[in-house]
Design a binder for this molecule. Structure first.
Ligand SMILES: [Zn+2]
Length: 317
């Protein structure tokens, strides 16, 4: 979840927003989303691969974003390029938040940008990336997140992609790759409310931890470093799937994935108590906390990849 839109969503003061904008944040980071897509692509049936390869080629950003940085050897080989495009399409919903062609449709003062060829709309859809399952830490009343959000949009996209027209399906594909990933990041599935934070912590974006980061970004970065090369994405995908092999056929129900993530919020994320830290005085988490976060994040990334593959293999027979 990128911080800026979430800041807008909860209408923080300009001072707080300026403070927070100095901090980095993404969803799972760029590499994490690519690893999930890589794990999925390796497990697609030939039929499903053929369908998603065509959809990715139909996307208006295929040339200028998805395949732009592919090495020459990848560009020269059709099947390598198809894999590369699928993998590097997964972070796209985060990239459009900083892309001037798109606008923040949830912000009433934002000006709509012109509809460009190939796109069904030009919204940034920042609220699609998360659903703040209300979590009251100390009995403080909670605020329900209004749709559209992750748990309205991901089921809708999954239901429509197999029968959507080619333009819509091409648009939906990177969103599905991305949101299946986000639904497995525990902090995309909650907001904690405290007497000290009655408007919520926006998925840990307002909890500050050492060294100079938010709880949300600690979890976003827990599965893999931010800027892996494509070769490293492949290597991480292999290592993570070796450590967390696929079990029985995975659940295809996003509400199940979300419930798992929320359980992790209670059992593994907010285990440090009711403190929130501040930018000046960030929390010092127990030394084992980050190691455990890394293990959980890697397992969530593996599960997201397996489930993404099963979804496409089921829809594209
Ligand atoms: Zn996201």
């Amino acid at each position: 979840m990128l911080l800026i839109q979430r800041v807008t969503a909860v209408r923080l003061t300009a001072v707080t927003a300026a403070l927070l904008l100095a901090l980095p944040a993404a969803a799972w980071n760029y590499s994490g989303h690519c690893i999930i897509a890589e794990i999925a692509y390796e497990r697609l049936t030939p039929q499903a691969r053929a369908r998603v390869d065509q959809m990715i080629r139909d996307h208006p950003d295929y040339k200028d974003i998805f395949t732009k940085d592919a090495p020459a050897a990848v560009q020269a080989d059709a099947s390598s390029l198809a894999r590369y495009a699928f993998v590097h399409a997964a972070p796209w919903p985060d990239l459009i938040r900083g892309d001037a062609r798109f606008y923040d449709e949830a912000n009433p003062s934002a000006h709509p940008t012109p509809l460009l060829p190939g796109f069904p709309d030009m919204g940034r859809h920042a609220t699609w990336h998360y659903f703040d399952t209300p979590y009251s830490g100390d009995g403080t009343p909670v605020i329900e997140q209004q749709p559209p959000h992750l748990m309205t949009e991901l089921p809708r996209l999954l239901a429509e992609i197999a029968t959507a027209d080619s333009q819509q399906a091409a648009y939906d594909l990177p969103w599905i790759e991305h949101l299946v990933g986000d639904s497995h990041q525990p902090l995309h599935l909650t907001g904690r409310f405290l007497r000290s934070q009655p408007k919520g912590d926006a998925g840990g974006n307002f909890v500050f931890v050492e060294p100079g980061r938010t709880l949300h970004s600690l979890w976003d970065d827990a599965a893999a470093p931010r800027d892996l090369t494509d070769d490293d994405v492949i290597r991480y995908a292999r290592e993570i799937t070796a450590d967390y092999p696929a079990g029985p056929p995975p659940s295809l129900d996003p509400t199940h994935w979300a419930a798992e993530s929320f359980e992790l919020d209670k059992s593994a994320v907010y285990t440090f108590g009711l403190e929130t830290g501040s930018k000046e005085r960030p929390l010092v988490l127990p030394s084992a906390y980050e190691e455990k976060a890394k293990r959980i994040a890697r397992e969530r990334v593996a599960l997201a990849g397996y489930r993404l593959a099963r979804a496409f293999n089921t829809y594209f027979k």
